[in-house]
Design a protein around this ligand. Structure first.
Ligand SMILES: [Zn+2]
Length: 194
């Protein structure tokens, strides 16, 4: 497990790479950010989107929360939360695509499916209960207008695979073939390990 000193050492590597070696990245990013995509992912320490996708600074706008959820549109919400993140990404950053990245063995989804969220936790039960169809109004309009693409991705951390939801079949399909051969199709809910 990483100690605080390991985190500082990690920053030193980052510093050497971007402020000692190739300084062009932050020379550009000092002017502002223009990420290509927004990623809504779980906070799970095993499913870091930047690490999974191999992107550098400035490439993806990331929001992470338990079970990568987006509450339903509610203009009167006292605490907009993720809704504000989406509004910023869409209206200010004008991202072209939004990727919702789930993963296997998700504790938040486990609490939802097992119905034990209300008993064990103070907030998680209510939070994961929003895991129904939930999309922002502005996002829905842009997707329908063809101005934005919405992706449903799933990281299978047991097999090291990244899958994408295929709306036509209702199945998740591997984006990259497994190292030992053919792509597989799975149902993330049925296939989850808890
Ligand atoms: Zn999770």
């Amino acid at each position: 497990m990483a100690d605080i000193a390991d985190f500082v050492t990690g920053f030193e590597r980052f510093q050497q790479r971007y402020f000692g070696g190739d300084q062009s990245v932050f020379a550009r990013l000092r002017q502002g950010q223009a990420p290509r995509a927004m990623v809504i992912s779980c906070g799970d320490s095993r499913a870091d989107p930047g690490m999974l996708m191999g992107v550098g600074p400035g490439e993806i706008f990331v929001v992470r929360n338990v079970a990568n959820l987006v509450p339903p549109y509610d203009h009167d919400a006292q605490m907009p939360g993720v809704r504000a993140d989406i509004e910023f990404a869409v209206k200010s950053l004008q991202v072209e695509r939004i990727i919702v990245l789930g993963h296997s063995g998700c504790g938040g989804i486990g609490a939802l499916m097992d119905g034990d969220g209300a008993g064990r936790y103070e907030f998680i039960g209510a939070w994961v209960s929003i895991a129904a169809e939930a999309r922002e109004r502005v996002l829905r309009e842009l997707v329908e207008a063809g101005e934005m693409t919405l992706h449903g991705w799933y990281f299978d951390l047991e097999h090291g695979e990244l899958l994408e939801y295929d709306a036509a079949t209702g199945k998740f399909v591997a984006l990259v073939a497994r190292p030992n051969g053919a792509a597989i199709r799975v149902d993330p809910v049925a296939g989850r390990s808890g």
